[in-house]
Design a protein around this ligand. Sequence first.
Ligand SMILES: [Cu+2]
Length: 343
Amino acid sequence: MSIRRAHARVPILCALLGALISLALPQATFAAHSHAHHDATVDAPIGVMGDHLHPQGGVMLSYRYMRMSMNGNRDGTSRQSENSVHRSFPIAPLEMDMEAHMFSVMWAPHEDVTLAAMLPFKRLDMKHRTRGGRSFTTRSHGIGDTKFTALVRLFDRGEHHLHLNLGVSAPTGSISAKDDTPMGRSRLPYPMQLGSGTWDLLPGATYTGAWEKITWGSQILGTLRTGINRKGYRLGHRFGTTGWLGLALAPWVSTSVRLAYQDWRGIRGDDDDLNRNQVPTADPDLRAGRRLDLWIGLDLKATNGALRGHRLALEVGRPVYQKLDGPQLETDWMITVGWQKIF
Ligand SMILES: [Cu+2]
């Protein structure tokens, strides 16, 4: 009970992190650095999307590589052995590896509005073992859901920036991926599908600030599913919030620390081609969870010369808390590497 209570405060703490720091700093010092935003020298860690607007006419291309590794099962906040998963299901998932190549473009048609589009290419691998001891791996790959976002400036005061993230996710990713299993060629369970199958709304807001060599910010972002997909279900809604603190070590290099909290709900309805009694990943009631991740980042930016406008950044993350409606695979580590070029 006490864990649950403390836990409920986490998203609020994350969202307030940036705001608290900003209150502690003298307002007068911000004015001197008002150029920073328009040079786009104030960046959130690379894992945060939609963190900045561009000046009117500005264009930015970016590529991000994201990888996430999951190993072992968890129910609630404790580990669950393979044997205990096998007590309820003939097949136990053991490991999952997710990889995504994300391409995005940003363009500012107006000084207060920047538009962004993002297309991911995903690869998912999951290892299993049957009760009889037979191991097998299923794979799926292809494009995921495409996201379109409008970033709308709410205010800019000195080095305080606040904007809305108004996004929509189009169901371009497959929800009918199949692969070979010991039961023959079958529809893959929910977490192995590449898309949601529904149009999803992505409302959010982002606050960023900077003072001298310090940057900070916070973002809240929801994923609201609409309707039911053509397989007869919809994924759970998601709520995410993150807060970060960055420090420039030199004009071209900075580091960051970030906390990110996510809460995702269970699946409504189900896919008739999946047997929920066979493997926990096919059970729509075993998909919800919440997680708090700690990320450390490194950012390199060329401020002059031939590479001016290029940014190369890395962020490595690890969960510090996760509670899953299990058995569900638990996350072990994550990495995001990104390249961005402003034109
Ligand atoms: Cu940009």
